[in-house]
Write a protein that binds this ligand. Structure first.
Ligand code: AMP
Length: 591
């Protein structure tokens, strides 16, 4: 397939903002592809030559890309950067440079999709001395054969910033339309298959070849991480327990640890550690690998847990910020591991010795986990847990996963309201006292459901009051949301001077719709562009939730919000109504 045909698809996708139209364009392109091309096409349409969980990075920065454009076209780097600044898109700058090309090697060939894909994949394999030059040469080679439009998309793909506006939902619907009947049932089958495989290549190929039945047969596979199950937030402990115990199921309470969620895959001696975002962090956690090798007795398994950092002197839980150094560290791994020792607290088992446990109940999965786990305190342990007492209607009797002598039925307070039984509250308090974040509430009868679904698992933790903050700067998002301004710097107000002081950067909490709306509001406010970073007139006020306020030298307020989440735009507030630095400071002191 010629790359020009793919560029035509990109251009049509970019030209419409309607999700329905995007789905139709995508479905047509997928339906036209033959079986060999399909996996490549699926990846390039999503703007990357890799699946989500492949640890690869192209390793090429905007600066190197600019050099590659200059090499291929003879246009000088300053001129390329000037266009880049004007348009805010190095892809556009590449297109312009190619259109004004001053030089070209004698031999050129039409670009085809496979060449682009293979060349990009190879970029990630270049290592050591001379690797930068080889990357520049490889990208320049593609640009040499490209026309202006092709150059635009080659560069955007290289930078992981395709800007054609297709999200996972669009790809899902397009696969259901192209190869199945496009019904809700078909869409659900594609979605489940994606959650289990995390790989649209496999999903598309299977849908084309074997239809809905084939998709249903896709299951967990070792070393291909499964989308993790997430928790909804409970209003409080009794409310959460009631909700999780919906049909009278037993509820398991566990400590909610504040660390790195991990999914660990083991096959014989080979062990790989993935994060919640499915990044492969095996190299950064040799101690976790060793703990699993010693403490998990299964030939094959996939287990989940939380990696928590502890102070080696005091034994106290270390804040996530400290632990996160372990993830970033590529060198001196052993040294950092000694400074920040970790314990793995396991809480689930998705696969064991040739058997997928995704459809098994939590109770059964935990039985499997306990069977293979030989805990080694301080290295690998079962997550601290307790059966909830105050399940709705007293819970079920018999084999319900609770301690059998703890069922005391639902407790009522004086006003007749449901309250968590004393033991539940004590468990919550103990979790907080031990330095953990709160508790998780899990339905013992429920299967494993990737994503955030009602009724499976909830979290309870102390909440902080939301803040109203002003957006001062923005960056284009990466990956599938790359055409949105999704990274927003937030500021509070110094009441004395009237200056805005930044307290953090927001990157989550919004739907695609909300992001689109925010982008439309913010783009007209741009005062300065520096590559992908934009300075804004401070006008938009957002309500932001967060988990904690931490002291931080990174922002000029001296504080940073941990895990800020978008709640809504406060159209009713002006920047002068935003929360003050004093209030941020007081909330910080109160935590
Ligand atoms: P949140 O990030 O606040 O939505 O909470 C979900 C996260 O809590 C998961 O991704 C895990 O990293 C973490 N977590 C901590 N302790 C547990 C536990 N016992 N069971 C499940 N998840 C846990």
């Amino acid at each position: 397939m010629e790359y020009a045909a793919l560029v035509d698809v990109y251009e049509r996708l970019e030209a419409t903002s309607s999700n329905l139209e995007k789905t139709a364009i995508l479905a047509e392109a997928l339906a036209d592809a033959d079986e060999a091309q399909l996996p490549i096409l699926v990846k390039l349409l999503r703007g990357t030559p890799f699946a989500a969980w492949e640890a690869e990075e192209l390793g090429i920065s905007s600066r190197l890309t600019t050099e590659a454009i200059a090499t291929a076209t003879g246009v000088d780097e300053d001129a390329i950067e000037a266009t880049w600044r004007d348009t805010g898109d190095l892809g556009d700058a590449a297109a312009e440079a190619v259109a004004n090309r001053k030089q070209r090697t004698l031999v050129t060939t039409r670009l085809d999709v496979r060449t682009v894909h293979d060349t990009l994949q190879e970029l990630a394999t270049y290592e050591g001395e001379g690797s930068q030059e080889r990357r520049i040469e490889a990208v320049a080679g593609l640009l040499n054969d490209a026309d202006a439009s092709e150059a635009r998309y080659v560069v955007r793909t290289v930078l992981g910033h395709l800007r054609v506006g297709i999200g996972d939902g669009t790809v899902r619907d397009a696969i259901a339309d192209a190869f199945l009947d496009g019904s809700d049932a078909a869409i659900e089958a594609v979605e489940r298959a994606y959650q289990v495989t995390n790989d649209y290549r496999t999903v598309a190929r299977t849908a084309k070849r074997d239809g809905v039945d084939g998709l249903a047969e896709l299951d967990v596979e070792l070393f291909r991480p499964v989308e993790v199950m997430l928790a909804q937030k409970a209003e409080g402990l009794p409310e959460g327990i009631d909700e999780v115990a919906d049909e009278g199921a037993a509820v398991r309470l566990e400590h909610k640890f504040d660390g790195v969620r991990t999914q660990i895959h083991k096959q014989g001696n080979e062990i790989r550690v993935f994060t919640r975002r499915l990044e492969d962090v095996t190299a950064q956690f040799p101690d976790v690998v060793a703990a699993v090798r010693e403490g998990v007795d299964a030939t094959e398994c996939i287990v989940e847990g939380e990696i928590v950092g502890y102070d080696p002197d005091t034994g106290e839980v270390l804040p996530f910020q400290t632990l996160s150094k372990r993830i970033k560290r590529k060198y001196d791994v052993e040294e950092t591991a000694a400074e920040i020792p970790v314990t793995v607290h396991l809480f689930d088992c998705l696969y064991r010795d040739n058997e997928s446990l995704l459809d098994a109940s939590l109770r059964e999965r935990l039985t499997a986990l306990e069977r293979i786990l030989a805990p080694e305190p301080g290295a690998i342990e079962l997550a601290t847990h307790q059966a909830a007492e105050s399940t709705a209607d007293g819970g079920e009797s018999g084999d319900d996963g609770r301690g059998d002598d703890t069922a005391s039925g639902r407790a009522k307070d004086d006003a007749g309201e449901t309250v968590a039984a004393e033991a539940d509250r004590a468990f919550y308090a103990a979790a907080l006292d031990a330095g953990h974040e709160g508790v998780m509430l899990k339905n013992a009868a429920a299967s494993y459901q990737p994503g955030r679904r009602v009724g499976y698992m909830m979290k309870v933790k102390p909440t902080m009051e939301p803040l109203d903050l002003v957006v001062t700067r923005a960056q284009w998002s990466e990956g599938r949301r790359s055409e949105f301004l999704g990274r927003l710097f937030l500021a509070c107000r110094d009441a004395e001077s009237g200056d805005l002081r930044e307290v953090g950067r927001l990157a989550t909490g919004y739907t695609d719709e909300e992001l689109r709306d925010l982008t439309a509001r913010l783009e007209p406010l741009v005062t300065e562009r520096d590559g992908r970073q934009l300075e804004l007139q401070p006008e938009v006020v957002l309500e932001i939730e967060y988990e904690e306020i931490q002291p931080s030298p990174e922002y000029d307020s001296g504080f940073a919000l941990r895990f800020p989440r978008f709640v809504r735009v406060r159209d009713d507030l002006r920047p002068t109504d935003a929360d003050t630095l004093d209030r941020v400071s007081t909330l910080h002191d109160q935590q």
